[in-house]
Design a protein around this ligand. Structure first.
Ligand code: ZN
Length: 46
């Protein structure tokens, strides 16, 4: 399925077996949770 990055609105193709709690945007490299709709940057990614 396809979702949009909550940070940059970039369309992201999500495989059916990927964890919806940890989507990585290939445009802005943000990691976010589709379940809560929040970014996961607090974990100190990078
Ligand atoms: Zn993005």
């Amino acid at each position: 399925m396809q979702v949009r990055c909550i940070q940059c609105n970039h369309p992201i193709e999500v495989p059916p077996d990927v964890e919806l709690e940890r989507i990585v945007c290939d445009s802005c490299n943000s990691t976010f949770n589709l379940i809560t709709g929040k970014t996961d940057d607090a974990r100190g990614a990078g």
